[in-house]
Design a protein around this ligand. Structure first.
Ligand code: ADP
Length: 481
């Protein structure tokens, strides 16, 4: 079976969050299921640098205001289709905005172009290649499914994965005329959303199947609280809605071989984590003692509960724990966390920025990872934590609820606990979970058993890859003959 994935990010070439980890790992996992994936991605500078331009597979004289070319490329075991469109993607800054963090004003045009090309490839513009299924990711590629529905690839099965319903790609109605869609598409069943054009909404409407990245989040987004205005539509599509939890790349994230660590270790050699803990102390200028180090590796946003972290920082320190925080995001949170580090020198360390290698070292050297998210479609850092013996302390929501087993009395006595959950997502219950964790840490046998149990959890893609394969097969079976 041949799957065309369309994605705005892919690890290891371009990543702003978990979406890239997923689009980078899923093709490799699907290969084991007899499914070959080609992924269409924008030709950002980092992507264009990563391969040597060969023969073009398809050329556009005019694509949303400029020339464009589709190249084939093999990078890091991934089979890529790169959309080289310099007028849209050859820019400094990130994939969606400039260096100051402002969104590019023509993002609608950039990702409409990506989606148009996705639909063209679905319809067979690349010689010798017709995918059996098209799989789009998030609002940036969701329009692929609308272009398919109103174009030549209307009978090609499709899936849309929502990695985060909060990002919807909502634009004014004036762009519609430039999308190249028939007038009928500007309707409730098409791309129209609250009088404008909704990219994610259009995809939710057109996709044969909708998936999101955990079973709990798939349920949550049917409610007004988590539905972000789209719960009505999500409910309408409920019979085509699936929750499939993300896995992680267990080769990249393997504590026994990870090159970013000071010392490698396994569940049988947990004592070796100590060398990594010392390295974390040094990197974050923390005092050396026997207390636990709790870490945060996160976008610093309201979604991630960073206001709650800021508000409880003094209490966490009073509880006797140290904090190592790596992240970037809202400048107010960055400032408040740096102020907290200044207030609690040696007890709280903060690194503002994005640092892949440091994130590995922290998972290997810290005792627990704190994830107080308001909502969390899946979350990956708790999965890395499980694999690295860095015990997750998480809000009971979305994928966090599905992947961490709370260390309550029953779970502890059955020996199945892997972390700590709290609910509701407020300061009081968060601090209660921190207190439970520090108490467990004080009993080394209990703590080691929670660590080992987490390290045994299957966080690989195997199970979920089978679920995606089953879904693809069921969609192909629905294809009209
Ligand atoms: P989201 O995609 O919502 O940001 P996830 O938990 O799904 O959250 O994925 C976040 C990914 O980004 C993980 O791989 C995490 O390790 C990584 N990450 C987040 N912030 C940083 C940072 N400041 N430095 C390094 N890696 C980070």
């Amino acid at each position: 079976m041949k799957v065309l994935a369309v994605a705005p990010e892919i690890y290891p070439l371009i990543k702003t969050g978990g979406l890239a980890d997923v689009t980078g790992a899923l093709p490799l996992a699907m290969a084991g299921q007899g499914i070959s994936t080609r992924t269409l991605i924008p030709g950002y500078p980092a992507v264009m640098k990563a391969f040597r331009r060969g023969r073009p597979l398809h050329k556009y004289a005019a694509l949303q205001g400029g020339r464009a070319t589709v190249y084939g490329a093999k990078v890091a075991g991934l089979d890529l289709l790169v959309l080289d469109a310099p007028h849209l993607f050859d820019r400094t800054g990130g994939p969606y905005g400039d260096a100051t963090g402002s969104d590019f004003p023509d993002n609608w045009r950039r990702f409409a172009a990506l989606s148009q090309v996705g639909a063209d490839i679905a319809a067979g513009v690349i010689k010798g290649y017709v995918p059996d299924v098209v799989h789009a990711h998030d609002w940036q590629s969701a329009m692929t499914l609308a272009y398919m529905r109103y174009g030549a690839a209307v009978t090609t099965p499709s899936a849309l994965t929502v990695h985060n319903l909060a990002f919807q790609g909502q634009f004014g109605s004036s762009i519609f005329a430039e999308l190249g869609l028939p007038a009928a598409a500007m309707s409730l069943e098409g791309v129209e959303y609250y009088g404008g054009v909704g990219f994610l909404k259009a995809g939710l409407q057109a996709a044969w199947a909708i998936t999101t990245v955990s079973p709990t989040y798939a349920q949550e987004i049917r409610s007004p609280e988590f539905g972000m205005g789209l719960d009505g539509l999500v409910n309408m599509r409920a019979s085509d809605l699936y929750g499939i939890v993300n896995g992680i790349d267990t080769d990249t994230w393997n504590p026994a071989t990870d090159k970013y660590l000071t010392a490698n270790f396994s569940a049988d050699t947990l004592a070796a984590r100590q060398a990594n803990k010392l390295a974390v102390e040094k990197r974050f200028s923390l005092e050396h003692d026997d207390s636990p180090i709790l870490c945060v590796i996160s976008r610093l946003t309201w979604q991630k509960g960073m206001d709650m972290l800021v508000g409880t920082l003094d209490q966490v320190v009073a509880e006797g724990a140290r904090l190592a925080i790596l992240g970037s995001g809202d400048s107010a949170f960055e400032g408040a966390l740096l102020a907290g580090a200044a207030r609690h020198r040696g007890r709280v360390g903060v690194v503002i920025g994005y640092d892949e290698s440091l994130s590995h070292l922290m998972q290997a050297g810290c005792d627990a990872i704190v994830i107080p998210s308001r909502f969390e479609p899946c979350g990956l850092t708790q999965l890395y934590g499980l694999r690295y013996g860095c015990v997750p302390i998480v809000a009971r929501t979305g994928g966090l609820a599905d992947t961490v087993i709370d260390a309550n009395e029953a779970a502890l006595s059955a020996g199945v606990a892997t972390g700590f959950q709290f609910e509701p997502a407020d300061a009081g219950s968060f601090m209660h979970a921190v207190a439970r964790a520090t108490a467990a840490y004080a009993t080394p046998d209990v703590w080691a058993s929670i660590q080992r149990q987490g390290m045994k959890a299957d966080v690989s893609w195997d199970r979920s890859a089978r679920k995606y394969a089953d879904l693809y097969r069921s969609l192909v079976a629905r294809k009209p003959v």
